[in-house]
Write a protein that binds this ligand. Sequence first.
Ligand code: 2IP
Ligand code: CA
Ligand code: CA
Length: 379
Amino acid sequence: MASLLTALICASEKSANIARACKREEELFQLLIEEKKGPDKNKKFVQDFKTLADVIIQEVIKNDIAEKFPELAPHIAGEESNKFENSLGETIAVKVCKTEQETAELLGKVLDGNLKAAGLLAKCIHESVHSDGPDLQKLTIDIPIDTIGIWVDPIDSTNQYIKGQLEDKFKDGIHTHGLKSAAVLIGVFDRNSGQPIMGVINIPFHEVDPNLRWRGKYYWGISYKDINIHSVPKQNPAHDQLSIVMSSSEKESIKAALAPFCGERMYYACGAGYKGLCTILGLVDAYVVTEDTTFKWDTCAPHAILKSLGGGFVNLVKTLSQPKDGDRGGFPELQYARPDEGAKQADKWANTGGFVAYRSREQLETIINALCLTADTYL
Ligand code: 2IP
Ligand code: CA
Ligand code: CA
């Protein structure tokens, strides 16, 4: 399975290159945004932007993985549709063509004849990317390729990607907003069990190098049968007090229920993938969501990595609906192969019922017990 992980890492690195290239050319970037309409629109934002970068990146990830694993092609899905409308009202299916020239021509149509921009993007798309990461050849896990599916979020935290800058102010290593919360998320799941098994999170805007150019960073994890391996750096011993990260838009009743346990260690940040990463890195103990605003492509990659560290993502409403007395038994982990029961057609792949991403079972129980007291406000 080293070859699949290498393919995911390389695809995420190329995606990060494209994300950085689009952001570098401010003028060009303005050309690339188009308002999301109709059923594609995330209900959370009044204005949600589908960027051409988003669509291109998803197609690049699909193309590059399918080139190495053709049988996976029908099982790679993501947030974006590849249809893009230019200012002439023409709908164009964005795809990676055989040659750089052909891709540039196709993108030129989407970009209303802006051949310079199209050429720049095509160059990034056709560049070959190598991973100089850990010695992946030592990975000898055998995961049958015909049992897996892949969820892709080409750019998570799009709003911050579009508007965000480098945020100098942050508390305890957590950035509330800004470019650092943008992430490329690629998660692999088992099509039979629905469980996440492999994930890559790539942060394209991790730091600025001495030449004032953005440099990224990626993390990966595999949790398959009894094998759990990851690239997450060793963490400091746990803090005494529980810490939680949430969206600032989380309900006041939830914030109030958890505040007594966290005190100063309650954090707010943008980006579902970024908040998952804060939990993976041990910057917080947990990430809590009570709304139906995240999707399978937001959580599959962070879930796989957190699982490889001994944690997980449990469905909040299902957990709270279990009998309160005695042993709660197994907590219902999020699954990725089927739409959640109760999800509306338009939000078919939403994580309906919210979730808690946790590092340890003990901390998860503390959070669930605290939320039980306010459960009537959202059950
Ligand atoms: C969004 C993005 C948002 C998040 C929302 C996701 O995905 O991660 O930041 O909201 O749930 O669906 P919040 O930041 O309040 O947690 P995208 O940017 O891909 O639309
Ligand atoms: Ca997302
Ligand atoms: Ca996205």
